[in-house]
Design a protein around this ligand. Sequence first.
Ligand SMILES: *Cc1c(COP(=O)(O)O)cnc(C)c1O
Length: 425
Amino acid sequence: MARRKPDGYLGDKSLSPETLMMGYGYTPAWSEGALKPPIFQTSTFVFENSEAGKSFFSAAYGLREKGENEVQGLIYGRINNPNLEILEDRLTIWDNAEACTVFGSGMAAITTTLLTFLRPGDVLLHSNPLYGGTDHFIRHVLRDFGITQVEFTGADSREMIEHRLESANARGRLSMIYIETPGNPTNALIDIEMCSEIARDYSTDSKRAILAVDNTFLGPVYQHPIDHGADLVLYSATKYIGGHSDLLAGACLGSANLLQQVRAMRAFLGTMADAWTGWLILRSLETLKIRMEAQTQVATHIARYLAEHPKIARVYYLGFLTERDHDYAIYQKQCLGPGSMISFDIRGGEAECFRFLDALEIVKLAVSLGGTESLAEHPFSMTHCDVNDADKLDFGISPSLVRMSIGIENPDDIIADLDQALAAV
Ligand SMILES: *Cc1c(COP(=O)(O)O)cnc(C)c1O
């Protein structure tokens, strides 16, 4: 099969991402005319002859320069697989990235990427709050590997952040800035462009600081970090990209040069996704835009309902930001829509939240997000239980906070469910 990347154009007209989600990266002629790619359920690939095997390996290990239009030959399932390659090509579209590598989970994507670019003695600057798994990996695993962490929140000024970097003696040692925006679970925003300027200022001729953005909450439809100066975009594809709460996967996107390094680390750690997952995500991508748009529409109704409920003290929803809010200018600059994650404080504390969560009938009590069904959870005791209490309170994660991921159900039904559950509080 002669793999050639399709170009995404009709004559001179560049095609929209939602159009390209139906077939970009795949040509039916490769597979007996099959409209959809078959699942390449195989661990290894047969070489046409020994010279071909030798040539594939020398290219894969970077022992020789690849030819201008040379496509990496298929070798072994830990290195590459057609389902993953088609998915990787297709995922580059939304973020306008040169390259993509997919993983067996969001954490596989995040940890593999951090391990690709950090070495003992390096400084890692990261935003707070972070996804619980990422937070744990940075605080406990990377610290033991001799990586110094410097932290900031959306409320800190650039001067404050640079002051902390100077105190940590980061000049020449800052390897990576890692941010999550909107932050989980409060939807706090971090200015991507400001972070890219810090990365540039702290880069030296011999060491470039890389900006990586976890884009799981709004991407890939409502936020494109590369357009704002990010070097790498990370996803838990388990969430909106997969979108049906039936698979785990992750992705890292960026320049061909950086992704080649991430891909090499993936091959050695063995953190790739499998062919079946790759195939399922190709199916998910066809409806990605309409799902995210529908979820956002339902979320807007629900956020309005919650904001007016007497038992709710505060709602954190990007659609409610106004000029008076600190995050408004950042939202205007880098977000294309409010998405469908809503958090809110119930009057009371853990007991009131638990009564509410336990009374829900349509909305399921589960972690994860971005699927077609609505889910609710209690960040303080569940997803963020491992973050110390003082930090949690500092980040706005109090015992009275509930996080909801909104699906594509009829909003009136969800509101009826919330109404009866709030009545039980
Ligand atoms: C879920 C999530 C992750 C981790 O992804 P997994 O697929 O569960 O490994 C990372 N970042 C964010 C923002 C997430 O929501």
